[in-house]
Design a binder for this molecule. Structure first.
Ligand SMILES: Cc1cc2nc3c(=O)[nH]c(=O)nc-3n(C[C@H](O)[C@H](O)[C@H](O)COP(=O)(O)O)c2cc1C
Ligand SMILES: Nc1ncnc2c1ncn2[C@@H]1O[C@H](COP(=O)(O)OP(=O)(O)O)[C@@H](O)[C@H]1O
Length: 302
């Protein structure tokens, strides 16, 4: 996959099938667009290009709130997901006021020389330009509107996934995403209490603007230096110890190494319980033993 900046390209190397959208999370609904694009690309011998934005277009239209910067993937993971979905050319454009003010025909005139699209693929409800037009095929440009992917509850969408994560329902989020929700963090020093509990925990600092699951205890898989291992995680205030700051901590089973300064990737498999305030260490440790059993026995449905 080659990565370009929209403003720097006059034309991509080869003719394309162009996929349009922001694609927060690249979930099963988004994946359907890329499946369609791959079919078209194979038949017509085209490259797959995506025009997307580093940040959510809503930032350009609405009063700023820090929440708006939060995403379902890190930038690095998003690029990897585009690649896994078969994208050859990933093109970023800052979603600026000037860009947004183009109407759909100005937009098409701007993108056609750059992308040389033979086909455009969009979602059924995707609109383009300040006139918010739902693109349709013309004589010289085919447009495919991919219909919505649904489950029992309705349309699969980034907002449903965000809600599931914020409610701690990571299992549902994973089902809708079509892969396991993951967050990468840097291991820093905490209060060095974990080892006394018999469960040393790597305290993670998250540098990406990414949605955190709700406070609670979770079964997780953790990638440490390239190897995936089972563990459990807590997100919350460690109320038993009067914790004032929200921490994200993971304990890796059957593992004992100093790992400060490493980046760990955590896959959130299932929630075990809410965080609790215990009267003392014994109660917490007894509960963590029960949590451990659940986490070890959890079989991730692939
Ligand atoms: C699986 C798991 C479950 C936890 N559950 C709780 C809890 O219910 N209540 C709580 O106060 N702390 C809980 N903790 C957090 C511990 O209080 C924390 O790991 C311990 O204080 C060590 O902190 P440190 O890494 O800063 O030394 C949990 C930690 C893990 C890994
Ligand atoms: N099984 C394990 N899971 C996570 N971290 C471990 C494990 N074994 C050893 N460690 C190390 O121990 C540290 C955590 O110990 P802990 O007493 O909780 O101290 P801290 O408060 O600094 O996190 C981790 O950052 C890591 O370097």
């Amino acid at each position: 996959m080659q990565i370009f900046n929209y403003d720097n390209i006059t034309s991509l190397p080869e003719k394309t099938v162009l996929v349009l959208g922001y694609f927060d999370g690249l979930h099963r609904g988004h994946q359907a667009l890329f499946e369609e694009a791959r079919k078209v690309a194979t038949v017509l011998n085209l490259k797959i290009a995506v025009l997307t934005f580093p940040e959510k277009p809503t930032l350009t239209f609405q009063k700023f709130e820090a929440e708006m910067l939060l995403k379902l993937t890190s930038d690095v993971q998003r690029e990897r997901l585009f690649e896994e979905n078969g994208v050859d050319y990933l093109v970023y454009k800052d979603f600026t006021s000037k860009f947004a003010h183009q109407n759909s025909s100005e937009f098409l005139s701007a993108i056609r020389p750059k992308f040389k699209p033979e086909v455009i693929v969009t979602g059924f409800d995707y609109t383009t330009g300040s006139d918010m037009v739902n693109l349709h095929s013309t004589e010289d440009l085919k447009v495919i509107n991919v219909s919505e992917v649904k489950d029992r509850e309705g349309k699969i969408s980034s907002s449903r996934i965000r809600e599931a994560i914020q409610a701690g329902n990571v299992a549902l989020a994973n089902e809708l995403l079509g892969y396991k929700y993951e967050i990468t963090g840097l291991v820093v020093h905490g209060f060095a209490r974990g080892r006394e509990l018999g469960y040393p925990t790597a305290n993670l600092v998250i540098k990406d603007f990414i949605h955190l699951p709700a406070a609670g205890v979770y079964t997780v898989d953790i990638k440490e230096e390239g190897t995936w291992r089972r563990g459990f995680a807590s997100i919350g205030y460690n109320e038993t110890f009067g914790g004032k700051e929200k921490t994200i901590e993971v304990h890796i089973f059957d593992f004992s190494e100093e790992i400060y300064g490493e980046s760990l990737t955590v896959r959130w498999l299932d929630k075990i319980r809410d965080m609790q305030k215990f009267d003392g260490i014994d109660g917490l440790v007894a509960q963590m033993k029960r949590d451990e059993e659940k986490a070890r026995n959890y079989l991730a449905a692939e």
